[in-house]
Design a protein around this ligand. Structure first.
Ligand code: ADP
Length: 159
């Protein structure tokens, strides 16, 4: 069974993330979306809410699971018996950070592989932080995030 983890903050999940999840679910047997608990950063949504939003939008994909983790990704992977990390790459600017992370994870555990999936061109400009900003100032986020979570994001961003 080929299991992968797709880790990130997902604050909130965007159509760019969902595209990577869908494509990964076609390449691998099981995809676990791992929502990273970052104690230093107060996000828009808390961890349980992020997990809930993701579960809502990945319902059509039967081999996708959603979970949260804190601490090292490789420890979460060990607990779940996962050996492969999938990451999305948007631009050159993602590359440097992801390159470092992939090498560090491999240094910590040499049985871990990271595979990169190129962004869908139509989402190459899209990030959670830009969605948060547009929502905060009342801009239209249709097309940027799944339709069924738009109202929840707008509601939250208003507060
Ligand atoms: P963001 O950078 O949007 O805050 P995360 O930190 O949650 O998102 O990212 C998790 C993973 O998803 C990373 O590997 C990131 O490169 C990837 N990703 C984020 N947005 C996109 C996108 N629009 N297209 C492809 N991959 C993406």
């Amino acid at each position: 069974m080929r299991r992968v983890v797709y880790p990130g903050s997902f604050d909130p999940i965007t159509n760019g993330h969902l595209d990577i999840i869908k494509r990964s679910s076609e390449v691998f047997d099981e995809v676990t979306v791992g929502v990273l608990v970052n104690v230093d950063k107060k996000g828009l949504f808390d961890i349980e809410e992020r997990v809930e939003l993701i579960r809502k939008v990945v319902k059509p994909y039967k081999n996708v699971k959603v979970d949260s983790f804190d601490g090292l990704l490789i420890d979460f992977m060990k607990a779940k018996d996962i050996k492969v990390i999938v990451k999305g790459l948007r631009a050159f600017s993602d590359f440097e950070y992801e390159f470092q992370m992939a090498l560090m994870n491999n240094k910590l555990d040499s049985s871990i592989e990271t595979v990169f999936m190129m962004t869908n061109a139509k989402y190459s400009y899209l990030s959670s932080s830009s969605v948060r900003q547009v929502a905060k100032f009342g801009g239209c986020i249709k097309g940027l995030v799944p339709d069924e979570i738009i109202s929840m994001i707008l509601e939250k961003a208003k507060k």
